[in-house]
Design a protein around this ligand. Structure first.
Ligand code: G4P
Length: 547
């Protein structure tokens, strides 16, 4: 048990456990354009991490204009990397793990979710549950982390809130309980009714910052004169909706929220800053602090003295002049102190954590101290792989990070035979970093190398880096496979002998994997061979954290 006192940034003295308990580490999941950048920015404003609205967007734009750290990023005008942002608010240390919001998202987006303790699902009120949100939600569900829903853009006409609630329940298979409920929408959007405290929070159209004005809060409850006066014609429809909710909706239960079975729902408008502050306050109350993480030696207490963490992402070329690589490490226990030495379990080598950086967007700052829930960036001399564990004591391994099913595949070729060695070296390194997944013919034959990725963007990054770092111009021929599945347990490989549409390969760790041209092809195989158990990730059991 940890009793050691720590002195943190604000100069106050906290125990390790207090440091853990005040941390909230989460990711925002959404489909592009739902308003993730806007919401993130508003959250950072409350925490004082940025001073003006528009700063995140402006900084992104400015970076695109001036930075050439990754030429590709500039060419495509998108953010390839995920970043980590933090701020302090009401005594909490809030870590937001940003996931790229572009439609070309990559496996990094999934991996980042393995470092989060909860997720905020952002939904555009006019569009409902969109494709990318659904995929990211599935990863959160596999991990069983709590998911909070923020329905955004209520200042515009959207879909009926009851219908949205029904869609979340039906499409995602999770109960939804509104914590607040919108009054009107679009130009008639008046505010939200706080169901837990039975008060109205009115939207007066101004810039709703951290503090709401007294006149924006109406107490007294439904049926009171104060409500009737504030709402006029809208009092009755609100009362009807709430009656429906009370009668038909699921019961709120924090226990079910923590198991990921029930999502608390909030309504608001990130752009006009409305509903963001009530959301943040409730979210911080309800969201979990870093839990004990499962390891192959049992659960690891986040407040234990010994430092531990795992690598969930490797980002290369953050500084083009230095061709460097940074490993993003999620701290799981103990205290990280700059200059300390820990162990890299896979290589059994000591690692001095000298050059740690705190990553704030793409700006770097030296980081002196970090606790469970925080993310540190360690310069990677080429030893780290995705999922690697670092720990001071015990040589245990965290479950690692599974390979998610790619959706695009290419065959890789290189014209010049003499470049073959460089190609293999490059592939080895980039696969270890998790830039792409590698598949081969069964039996170790290296003649056919197939690469898989969640989005096309990963292949662009791969090609760019092979050219820049290894001097190889690879030929990438698109293949018409669309998904990968990992068979579990024993199975008969002859099933696939004559199939052109589902073929068996080996992944990087020599596990058998099926590449299929469509869901339909897989379904047919599964119907014919019900004994065959197929997993969407290489090792789904590796996803969970100890409860
Ligand atoms: P993303 O990161 O999820 O891709 O979304 P982003 O925040 O960039 O927002 C996408 C668009 O939606 C932006 O408009 C943004 O201003 C708008 N938006 C975000 N939140 C709200 C909201 O609560 N209400 C309304 N009405 N709009 C919202 P844009 O025109 O694409 O960009 P910009 O010109 O505003 O920068």
């Amino acid at each position: 048990m940890a009793t050691e006192a720590t002195t943190s940034d604000a100069g106050s003295t906290r125990s390790l456990r207090e440091e853990v308990e005040r941390r909230r580490t989460f990711a925002i999941i959404s489909h592009p354009d739902a308003g993730k950048t806007t919401l993130t920015e508003k959250l950072l404003l409350f925490g004082g991490a940025v001073r003006e609205a528009g700063a995140v967007r402006a900084r992104r734009a400015e970076k695109h204009a001036t930075s050439d750290w990754l030429e590709l990023e500039k060419q495509r005008g998108i953010s390839v990397s995920s970043s980590v942002m933090h701020f302090d608010h009401d005594g909490f240390r809030v870590n937001i793990l940003d996931t790229p919001g572009h439609k070309d998202f990559s496996e990094d987006t999934y991996r980042t979710l393995t470092a989060a303790d909860s997720a905020v699902m952002l939904i555009d009120a006019a569009k409902g549950v969109e494709n990318q949100t659904r995929k990211l939600f599935e990863v959160c569900r596999m991990r069983g982390i709590p998911i909070f829903t923020f329905v955004n853009k209520m200042d515009r006409f959207g879909r009926d809130p009851l219908e949205l609630m029904g869609e979340i329940e039906e499409v995602l298979g999770i109960d939804a309980v509104p914590v607040n409920w919108p009054v009107g929408e679009g130009k008639d959007f008046r505010g939200v009714y706080d169901r837990l405290n039975e008060k109205l929070i009115l939207f007066s159209g101004g810039n709703h910052g951290r503090d709401l004005l007294d006149e924006d809060i109406v107490e007294g409850g439904l049926g009171s004169d104060a409500f009737a006066k504030a709402l006029g014609d809208q009092a009755e429809p609100l009362a009807e909706s709430l009656e429906l909710l009370d009668g038909a909706g699921a019961e709120f239960s924090l226990d079910r929220v923590s198991k990921g079975e029930l999502t608390p729902m909030f309504f608001g408008s990130a752009l006009t800053n409305f509903g963001v502050s009530p959301f943040l306050d409730r979210f911080l109350e309800m969201a979990p602090c870093p839990p004990a993480r499962e390891s192959d030696r049992g659960p690891i207490d986040p407040a234990s003295d010994a430092f531990s963490g795992f690598v969930f992402k490797i980002q290369a070329n953050m500084d083009r002049d230095h061709r460097d690589r940074v490993a993003f490490v999620r701290v799981c226990s103990g205290r990280f102190s700059k200059g300390n030495t820990t162990r890299h379990v896979r290589s059994k080598k000591p690692i001095r954590m000298a050059n740690s950086t705190l990553l704030m967007g793409r700006d770097r700052a030296e980081m002196a101290e970090a606790f469970a829930g925080d993310v540190i960036g360690l310069f990677d001399p080429g030893v780290f792989g995705i999922g690697d564990t670092l720990c001071d004591e015990g040589d245990f391994n965290f479950p690692g990070i599974p390979s998610f099913s790619p959706e695009c595949f290419v065959r890789v070729e290189v014209a010049a035979v003499k470049k073959r060695k460089s190609l293999e070296k490059g592939i080895d390194q980039l696969v270890q970093e998790g830039a792409v997944q590698l598949f081969r013919e069964p039996g170790g034959g290296s003649a056919t190398l197939i690469l898989g990725a969640v989005g096309q963007l990963q292949f662009d990054v791969f090609r760019h880096r092979l050219q820049g770092e290894y001097g190889v111009e690879p030929g990438l021929t698109p293949l018409d496979y669309r998904l990968a599945r990992w068979p579990q347990g024993e199975f008969d490989e002859d099933i696939f002998r004559f199939s052109e549409r589902v073929r068996i390969f080996e992944d990087r760790d020599r596990r058998p994997v099926l590449l299929a041209k469509s869901e339909w092809d897989l379904k047919r195989i599964e119907e014919k061979h019900p004994e065959l158990k197929l997993a969407e990730t290489a090792d789904p059991s590796r996803l969970t954290s100890a409860s």
